[in-house]
Ligand binder design. Sequence first.
Ligand SMILES: Nc1ncnc2c1ncn2[C@@H]1O[C@H](COP(=O)(O)OP(=O)(O)OP(=O)(O)O)[C@@H](O)[C@H]1O
Ligand SMILES: [Mg+2]
Length: 265
Amino acid sequence: MIKLVVSNQRGGVGKTTTATTLARCFADLGKRVLLIDTDSQGSVSAVLGLKPEFSLYDFLISGIAFKMCIVDAHPRIDVLCSDRRTMEAEDVITSRMGREMTFEQAFGPHDQEYDCVIIDVAPSLTLFQTCAMMYTRQLLIPAAMDSLSAAGAASNFQAVDTINRMFKVSPPICTIGILPVIVDRRLQMTDTVLEALEGLATRESVPLLPVVRTDTQVVKAGRVKKFLADFDPKSKALEDYFKVAQVLLAGSKEIADVKVIEQPA
Ligand SMILES: Nc1ncnc2c1ncn2[C@@H]1O[C@H](COP(=O)(O)OP(=O)(O)OP(=O)(O)O)[C@@H](O)[C@H]1O
Ligand SMILES: [Mg+2]
């Protein structure tokens, strides 16, 4: 099973695009996917044109059953949407004991229903982002080709370090990869940012994943509220995301294999 939070503390760097497109790639590779939106902007439902009756707030606060709150975005993708009430939900949960474990307690019981869980988060470090990281223990950091986006990626490592130390998280939250997105090799800035990301990946000992190219089809798919795979199955960004999905699944298989070896006879 693969669980990950798609995070970068900078806005507009391709987090939601990465979360939704990877979800679809995993589904097309035969995996059952749960996609959770924790951003109060409700971007996932906006880009996929979903009209949920219930959202994250209803599930976490009003106690509405999980099955009632998820929406079918594809035969193998369930989505738990977010809306402005997500901020209210955070306010309510802030005063609770063990608040950081809220997602673990809420979503953990549903783990066996899915092969992949992907969580999209807001650009700022919110309580729900901490909850999401405590639940998945894994982070994927997309970074667009500007220096602020690279700085946002670097801030993520500091935040994860702090959370790991503060809560003595075991196993610790780790980053499974930095993903360069919206990559246009014709722009001068691209090489500079890619070098910076390579340096960051080396320093932090995390993989720099294969790049996702700039592709106007991504924006057009969002406008008509479709998965990129439905809007343009031949798009180059989709081709790149498929490679990334395969690398991530291969990585998670290695981890699973290690666990099997470590199990006592
Ligand atoms: N590969 C790509 N090629 C071209 N445009 C892209 C690509 N990936 C994302 N975009 C566009 O970039 C914009 C920002 O993407 P997205 O909404 O995924 O970022 P975000 O990090 O989730 O933003 P926010 O911080 O506001 O949640 C969107 O208009 C999206 O369509
Ligand atoms: Mg977003």
